[in-house]
Ligand binder design. Structure first.
Ligand code: ZN
Length: 314
């Protein structure tokens, strides 16, 4: 005997629309392909949907009911009503049993990993970063059932999920090493079927200035200056671990001459004192020169020659 739509949904033929809707939701949750991947479940899921489509539509239900009455009358002589009552009970029992052990396994959400860049000072002192994460969450309109009011959920387009963008501020503690991994529990992808959320992992990369050579607590740096700065003197900017610093180059500075910048080296975490930075002067000869500049250099040379000759006379 063919199961009636009422049998499929396990509701009485005089059930209210609300009762049918509730029962449909309950069954749809049990047999949804996302939670129950068996072929039987897929078939049942289709049957449930078809039954609900008819029984939740007043006009369709009315015509279905009148058709049923005709069929019942014609079958009366062949069907034992008690027997059919028994079938209904039997089906009801079976689904009650299935309800007790639904094949819903909690699935843990996936982890999300994000890289952040911080500079040396931030690594030493600690800092914070805001990261944007995009993660999937159950559709708030259909609660993941993929359909609402008996049709594909328009809010999630039948996916049952929505992408959520979230800004998370991460506190980066001081003293981390390059490549350190921070874990923010539960901020990864959402868990499914009541499973735990995944975690958010932050990989901290400490930006390095390749021009700064660090040996213990001392930082070494080679500063390139022009010949005229070396002769005339002037201010130059040099990078340090703690930002830019200014050095006053005195007139007649020689090549390879060193300057010491105090208290800008590596911070000793135990003593809380900083080392120094040694700046070595490199005089950079320009790779190109204009004819006008060349004339001036020649003039300088001639002046210098005169000075030497004058000295040798007296
Ligand atoms: Zn939805």
């Amino acid at each position: 005997m063919l199961k009636s739509y009422y049998d499929i949904l396990n509701v009485a033929p005089d059930a209210t629309k609300e009762e049918i809707k509730n029962q449909f939701k309950k069954l749809a949750k049990m047999y949804h392909p996302d939670v129950n991947s068996s072929i039987e479940a897929e078939t049942t899921f289709k049957e449930i949907n078809k039954a609900a489509q008819v029984l939740l539509d007043d006009i369709k239900r009315k015509s279905y009911d009148s058709l049923r009455t005709i069929n019942k009358t014609s079958f009366k002589t062949y069907t034992n009503p008690r027997k059919s009552e028994y079938c209904f009970q039997d089906l009801f029992k079976k689904s009650k049993k299935e309800e007790k052990k639904p094949e819903i396994k909690p699935i843990k959400g996936e982890d999300i990993t994000i890289n952040v860049e911080i500079d040396y000072t931030e690594a030493i002192l600690g800092t914070q970063r805001s990261v944007n994460i995009a993660r999937c969450t159950l559709c708030p309109k259909c609660s993941g059932y993929k359909f609402a009011n008996n049709q594909k959920c328009p809010y999630c387009n039948g996916l049952g999920e929505k992408t959520e963008n979230k800004k998370i501020t991460v506190k980066i503690p001081k003293g981390l090493k390059n490549g350190a991994k921070l874990r923010i529990k539960g901020e990864g992808q959402y868990g499914k079927n009541g499973g735990e959320n995944g975690n958010l992992y932050i990989i901290v990369n400490i930006e390095k200035n390749d021009d700064l050579i660090i040996k213990d607590e001392i930082v070494y740096y080679n500063a390139q200056i022009s010949p005229y700065t070396a002769i005339l003197g002037g201010n130059i900017q040099v990078p340090t671990l703690w930002g830019e610093a200014t050095i006053k180059i005195p007139p007649l500075t020689k090549a390879n001459q060193s300057f010491k910048l105090i208290d800008v080296g590596v911070l000793n975490q135990k003593t809380n004192k900083k080392g120094d930075q040694i700046v070595k002067i490199i005089i950079q000869i320009p790779s190109e020169i204009t004819s006008q500049e060349m004339l001036l250099y020649e003039k300088l040379r001639d002046l210098n020659l005169k000075k030497t000759n004058a000295k040798s006379i007296y």
